[in-house]
Design a protein around this ligand. Structure first.
Ligand SMILES: CC(C)(COP(=O)(O)OP(=O)(O)OC[C@H]1O[C@@H](n2cnc3c(N)ncnc32)[C@H](O)[C@@H]1OP(=O)(O)O)[C@@H](O)C(=O)NCCC(=O)NCCS
Length: 187
């Protein structure tokens, strides 16, 4: 059996994470209009579980205003992914934490004009490290629609391995979706 090692407690307020090209910071209400514009892109919403389309007015504000409480309760974290070079918001990434199981599920999106430049992978490496080091997680899982190979590629590049294929598992906009489940165990 693997021993769970408790490391540093998570900071009281959500920290920022810095990578080579990115600054991951908490979302603020001033991001809401840009979140609505970027997530309002059908191509972004189409392969996610929860982003609605069209993206309704007020939804971004509602989502953002819940984040600090969620973090403070230890239920999860969401980072705005921004470019260090000019501060531009290009995506979001988060962990939903299941504390009794020392486990979290990762989720993310990147604005379409920034796809295939390694940003999701770069942000993911920082978020995964944050989850393991500051939250004493033992495992991080992720899942993606089988028709979304880019997300599968990101998960593999994060070191995740496929643990299952759930056939016709989700109905998204009246279409049944096969879901691939991946996991990464802290070693
Ligand atoms: C999935 C998503 C986050 C990827 O973001 P990204 O910043 O483009 O990801 P990265 O650049 O780090 O990696 C993408 C990888 O997928 C690969 N890829 C892209 N399209 C692909 C395709 N059709 N088939 C196979 N691989 C593909 C890229 O080549 C790249 O791999 P490489 O670096 O080895 O060349 C982005 O496409 C997105 O936001 N999609 C809409 C929302 C979404 O699907 N979120 C995830 C839900 S699980």
């Amino acid at each position: 059996m693997t021993e769970l090692i408790t490391e540093q407690p998570a900071p009281q307020t959500q920290p920022m994470l810095e990578t080579e090209r990115l600054l991951l910071r908490p979302f603020g209400l001033s991001d809401a209009k840009e979140v609505q514009r970027l997530c309002g892109d059908f191509a972004v919403a189409d392969s996610t579980l929860n982003i609605p389309h069209p993206y309704p007015d007020g939804a971004a504000e509602e989502f953002i205003s819940k984040q600090s409480t969620k973090y403070e309760k230890g239920d999860g974290v969401v980072f705005a992914i921004t470019l260090k070079s000019d501060g531009r918001l290009i995506g979001g990434m988060g962990l939903d934490v299941k504390r009794p199981f020392h486990r979290a599920e990762i989720g993310y999106w990147i604005a379409q004009s920034f796809w295939n430049q390694g940003y999701a992978t770069e942000a993911g490496q920082a978020v995964v490290a944050f989850g393991f080091n500051h939250w004493s997680l033992h495992k991080i899982t992720g899942s993606y629609f089988r028709r979304n190979p880019a997300s599968g590629c990101v998960m593999r590049k994060l070191g995740m391995v496929q643990e299952g294929l759930l056939r016709d598992h989700i109905t998204k906009w009246d279409r049944l979706e096969d879901v691939v489940v991946c996991g990464l165990i802290k070693t």
